[in-house]
Write a protein of this length. Structure first.
Length: 209
């Protein structure tokens, strides 16, 4: 079963509490999603491989470490996932960005895919799928399905808030995909929303309530 890591750094928890509040503005919400994604990035990128490189300091030549030529891709699930991309790109600016577009059918609560645009060499990249919410797990599972169909095999899923139901569904469907979240919330309500959650992340990011 894939590992679930809850990143509970005090700064992340503090910012997440502000993010959840009903009275947090669209501007502040967008900034906080970006900041939390960046802070989570330190843990998410912890196992990037290193290699030795010879450099020259003002004092002497020395052998030090740099990130090995690992190709990375950040793939947001549209539209809310876009809010997390810049935070991770600020840490790994050479990463390529793909997009998987989905919307949720309000009657069936099932995700419907409408766009897949990925780097051509996605099969050679470490892929980070990002979406603020892991609720039912439907969108995450479909996104990983799409990536695997196109040859991607090294995939991690990164979200801000998750529900136990979504975590379980994603782990069962894709036991090889490691999940990183800033909070494991209580449950889903009858509408498929995370409780206590933070509402509709897409609407709150883009002011489309």
């Amino acid at each position: 079963m894939a590992k679930l890591e809850v990143i509970n750094h005090p700064l992340i928890q503090h910012k997440l509490s502000i993010l959840r509040r009903t009275d947090t503005s669209t501007k502040a919400f967008r900034e906080l999603v970006n900041e939390i994604a960046m802070l989570m990035g330190y843990e998410v990128l912890r196992d990037l491989p290193l290699e030795d490189v010879e450099i020259e300091t003002p004092i002497t030549k020395t052998v030090q470490k740099q990130i090995a030529g690992k190709k990375l891709a950040i793939v947001p699930i549209l539209r809310a996932g876009i809010g997390m991309v810049d935070g991770l790109l600020s840490l790994v600016p050479a990463a390529k960005v793909g997009h998987i577009g989905m919307y949720r059918d309000e009657e069936t609560l099932q995700p419907v895919e409408y766009l897949v645009k990925l780097p051509e060499d996605i099969n050679q990249r470490q892929v980070f799928v990002v979406d603020p919410m892991l609720a039912t797990g439907g969108s995450a599972i479909l996104a990983v399905d799409s990536l695997k169909k196109r040859g991607a095999s090294n995939i991690k899923f990164v979200c801000l808030v998750s529900a136990p139901e979504g975590v379980k569904a994603l782990q069962e469907a894709h036991p090889d995909v490691e999940i990183f979240t800033a909070a494991l919330d209580e449950h889903l309500n009858e509408h498929g929303y995370i409780v206590p959650g933070l509402g509709d992340a897409g609407d709150r990011l883009f002011g489309t309530k």
